[in-house]
Each structure stands twice: as C-alpha cells, then as structure tokens.
Ligand binder design. Structure first.
Ligand code: ARG
Length: 429
C-alpha cells in the first residue's frame, strides 16, 4: 500500500481503545472454533495462551498494522507461530470490528451509568442535606415563585435518572457474519454470543456487519446526558455569580486568573458546558456517515468509531466533574432566603387564595395584575387599598417563602411533603 494511502486508511489511533475487546472477541471465537471441531483443542489452547499474553502485555499498534485486528494477528504469530494463522478462520474484519465496537459500547455504557449514577446520588444527598432551604424559582431566568432549593436539585436528578435508564442498549453479537454472507465452515455464532455475554445473536449477516444503530443510540444517549450536564453547569455558573450568590465552589474546583488576583472561576463547569457541543457534533457526524451507505459493509463505517470513543470519555469526565461540584457545593441559604422574600414572588399565592375563597381564576389573576401594574409593593398596601382592587385583605398575606412553598402540596409540587415523597422514590440507578 502506498504510504500516504496507508496513513489515510489506517485506524490504529482509534483502535488503541479497542484492543482488549478485540482480543476478548478472538478468545471467544477460538473457543467456538474448537467446540465446532474446526481447530483442535491443543491448537485452541496455544492460540488462547498467546491471546492472554497479548492482553497481559498490551500491544503498541504500528501504522503498518493498519488496524488492531491485523496487529493482534501479527503479534500472535510472532508469539506462537503457525497456529496463529488458524484464528481468522470463518471471520472477517467486518464482523470483527462490529463486535469490537459492540463490546466497547457495552462496557462504556456501564461506566457512564456509574458516573451519572454518582451524580444522581450527589444530587439526592445535597437535597437531603439542604431540605428546608427556600430559593426563588425561575422561569425565563425571571423570579417566578418560591421553591425548595432541593426541589430544583431533584429536577436535575430526574433528568440524569432518565439518562441512566437510557444507557441500556442491548448487546447483540455480530460475530459469525463473516464479510457479509456467513461461512461455509460449520461455525456456531450463538456460541460466541453466549461466551461474550451478548443478549442476542444477529439474524442477518449483511445487517450484522453494517448495523451501527447501537453506536448511534449510544452517542445519542451520551449526548443527551451531555446536554443535561451542560444545563446543570450553566445553572451552577449563574448561581455562583455575585449577582445570584446562591452557591459557592470551593477553591479546589475553581481556577484563578493570571491577571486579576480576586478571581475564582468555574472553568471546570464552563468546559462541561462547552464540551456538550463536541458530543452533539459527534452525533451528527456519526449519523451523517451512515446516511449515504449502500447495503453491506462499507469502509465509511470506520468513521463511526471516533464519535463513540470520544463521547464516552468526554461525557463520563463531565458527569464526574458535576458530581464532585454538587458534593462540594457550598450553599448560601441566607442569600437565597433574601432573594426568595421578594414581594413579587407571592403574586400567585394571592391569586390562589382568592381562588380558594371562590373568585374565578381569571378574575383573581386580573385583580392581582392590577396591583402589580400600580407599582405598589404588596406589603405596603393597607386593608382599604386591597379592597379597592377587589381583593379581600385576608387573601393578601402576610406571606413567607416557607409558607408559600408549604402550600404547594399538589403531587410533584415543591412542598416539603412532596420533596420527601421524591426522595423516598426507589433509585433507578
Ligand atoms: N479497519 C476497519 C475499521 O476500523 C476494519 C477493517 C475492515 N476493512 C475492510 N477492508 N474489510 O472499521
């Protein structure tokens, strides 16, 4: 192969991440070949021993190898001699690479579930520790109604629980599909599937070598988690500002400025936010690679590996950073209490009391809106002035953020009782 072409088609850089999965696949394959009587038990024994040695020693992949599959085979031959030449019987790099990526996704989705699971736990822990802290709840980043700080944390918990549940892509073994047509050798694909812990085995050999749905599903699941992580990061970045002042990150999680001595910057969270874009780009890249493929294996499929490898690592790191940030977050309950005492936050409380006293909702909304338009603050109005707006003074307060929160007892609302119910929900992780 021309040097330039070799460099253009080699996948050794990505394949470093697939080495152990490639060898595990070969161990299952050779066991199947022996069980099917295609190689002798002694040959299988020697091949397995060589493969185990490669697993133990590791293997530097050289450009000349082109890919991990060739590298392992060459190394095996150097280690055990001619028996190595039996290993690739009834197998193609096409079903082999599909298997490697399947095994990789299966392992990485478990790692990602763990990392996101630790974030879920950190959020629950923090919510439990600060169960009574009240803050302004926001819509449109405008103060809306008082909520429990813990209720906001559990909103993120629910997102990440769904992400964990989504990372449940079945592992179907494609090994035994050959290049596209199966094999004339009496192989048993179900044997290797079982040996590798797959939940199923392929049913169509052409689909088996070209199917990358699992990769797309994995990168989608990882990307959606990355987007949720970005939303959490953005929220914490806002709450850390002097303008909000609701939480602080300890020095161990912040970086300084090379110029301004006072700075404590949330760089680690900014990078969580920034890297979500990378995963999103990877998802689009992967899907775009697939869209033009004619039926069967095409070398374009090699390009489905980098998005999977990169998304797995980026999103895992981001999840762990966020878990640490939540664990270490210092909560300024007093600052939140001050912000949550803003009169305007009780407008809906007045409306809901009027509704309870028999006023139609739309009328109640209009009367309170008229007070707001007048520019008067609720706490400054006299009983007579409330009556002028058509509002019974007993509906007008006084309110506290705590009482406001306690009144929102509807299921899934922000009351302390609802919080307890949410916290006692069985963990999905
Ligand atoms: N190196 C390829 C990949 O990473 C696998 C080799 C299949 N190539 C082939 N020409 N049949 O996807």
């Amino acid at each position: 192969m021309d040097d330039l072409v070799l460099r253009a088609v080699a996948s050794v850089d990505d394949d470093r991440h697939l080495l152990t999965y490639d060898v595990r696949g070969s161990l299952a394959h050779v066991a199947m070949l022996a069980a099917a009587g295609v190689v002798t038990p002694e040959q299988a024994e020697r091949i397995s021993a060589g493969l185990h040695l490669i697993l133990a020693e590791g293997l530097e992949l050289a450009l000349e190898d082109e890919d991990v599959h060739m590298a392992v085979e060459r190394r095996l031959e150097a280690l055990i001699g001619d028996d190595a030449r039996l290993l690739h019987t009834a197998r193609s790099r096409n079903d082999q690479v599909a298997l490697d990526l399947r095994l990789f996704v299966d392992a990485k989705q478990a790692e990602l579930r763990d990392a996101l699971g630790s974030l879920v736990e950190a959020l629950e822990q923090k919510a439990e520790t600060h169960a009574t802290v009240v803050m302004p709840g926001y819509t449109h980043v405008q103060r809306a109604q008082p909520v429990l700080f813990a209720h906001a944390l559990l909103a993120f918990r629910d997102q990440f629980s769904r992400d964990v549940a989504r990372l449940d892509i079945p592992f179907v073994s494609p090994l035994g599909a050959g290049a596209l047509a199966g094999s004339a050798v009496p192989i048993d694909p179900a044997y290797t599937a079982r040996a590798l812990g797959a939940s199923d085995v392929f049913s169509n050999s052409i689909d088996a070598v070209s199917d990358r749905d699992f990769a797309a599903e994995f990168v989608f699941a990882a990307t959606l988690a990355a987007i949720h992580l970005s939303q959490l990061a953005e929220t914490l970045i806002l709450w850390c500002t002097a303008e909000f002042g609701f939480v602080r990150l300890p020095d161990s999680l912040t970086t300084g400025s090379s110029l301004m001595p006072q700075k404590k910057n949330p760089d680690c969270l900014e990078l969580v936010r920034g890297r979500a874009g990378q995963s999103l780009g990877d998802l689009v890249a992967l899907l775009t690679t697939l869209k033009g493929l004619p039926v069967g294996y095409n070398r374009d499929l090699q390009e489905t590996k980098p998005p999977v490898i990169r998304a797995a690592e980026t999103v895992r790191t981001s999840a762990l950073v966020c878990a640490l940030a939540i664990e270490e977050l210092e909560v300024d309950a007093a600052a939140m209490a001050v912000a949550a005492s803003d009169d305007g936050l009780f407008a809906t409380d007045i409306v809901e009391r009027l509704v309870a006293s028999g006023v139609a909702f739309r009328d109640a909304h209009e009367r309170v809106a008229a007070v707001v338009r007048s520019g008067a603050s609720f706490s400054s109005l006299s009983a007579g002035e409330w009556l002028e707006f058509g509002i019974d003074p007993s509906c007008a307060g006084p309110f506290t953020p705590e009482a406001s929160v306690a009144s929102r007892t509807s299921p899934g609302g922000t009351s302390p009782a609802s919080l307890r119910a949410q916290l006692s929900r069985p963990r999905r992780t």
